[in-house]
Design a protein. Structure first.
Length: 217
């Protein structure tokens, strides 16, 4: 109960296996981390960044919160983005949502959960933006799917608007921001085609991504 022995055991097995497969593995990681990717995803236990992308330790810098939300006043998330972009010089920021997201579902259905309702307010704002489309959908599963996708597109937009990403682009840094969504049902990632690589692409790509989704309904 107090020691969670089984986790330490499986940790030892993992460390041994990693060393056997690659004797320099830990030495290399001690020396430096050099990830090309920043992953901003949901805290959901079913969506672990490394496993689903097949990336090993050292290859992806990760920030996860409930429903993969990027808020301009969240210094936790902003600090992660700044460190990844300005110091680690990642080349890609991936905002990854997932279908069946509990946070998005609570925002869609106006469920009252407590403190988290304040966090989910950001997704309710996204819902409100597309209320004309979403309220016309009878199938609640489909509405949830749509809002999960709208949420990713919105958060990509928010990432691109941070001073950190804007400054990086202004300085000519190679940086792409992607919007993906993961399906719990088959374990596959889908690209929402909202990849932005420079400031002046942002508005047109955002508008196109949103209008494409809205027309699918
Ligand atoms: Co989720």
């Amino acid at each position: 109960m107090r020691t969670l022995q089984h986790l330490f055991e499986s940790n030892r097995n993992w460390a041994e296996g990693a060393k056997m497969a690659d004797p320099d593995f830990f030495e290399r990681l001690v020396a430096q981390q050099n990830p090309k990717y920043l992953w901003i995803g949901c805290a959901d236990s079913r969506v672990p960044a490394n496993q689903i992308t097949g990336l090993t330790p050292g290859e992806v810098f990760v920030h996860r919160n409930i429903a993969n939300v990027v808020v301009h006043s969240d210094f936790n998330c902003l600090s992660v983005i700044e460190y990844a972009v300005a110091y680690l010089k990642v080349e890609h920021i991936i905002v990854c949502g997932h279908y069946g997201c509990g946070g998005v579902k609570a925002a869609l259905q106006n469920n009252k959960l407590g403190l988290i309702d304040n966090w989910l307010r950001h997704i309710r704002d996204v819902r409100q933006k597309h209320d004309d489309v979403l309220s016309g959908i009878d199938d609640q599963e489909l509405a949830l799917k749509m809002l999960c996708e709208f949420n990713v597109i919105e958060q990509v937009y928010n990432v691109c608007h941070t001073t950190i990403v804007q400054n990086a682009w202004e300085q000519g840094q190679n940086l792409a921001v992607h919007g993906w969504i993961y399906s719990l049902e088959d374990g596959l990632l889908n690209d929402l085609n909202t990849c932005v690589t420079k400031a002046d692409e942002l508005s047109s790509i955002y508008r196109l991504a949103v209008s494409t989704k809205r027309e699918q309904v």
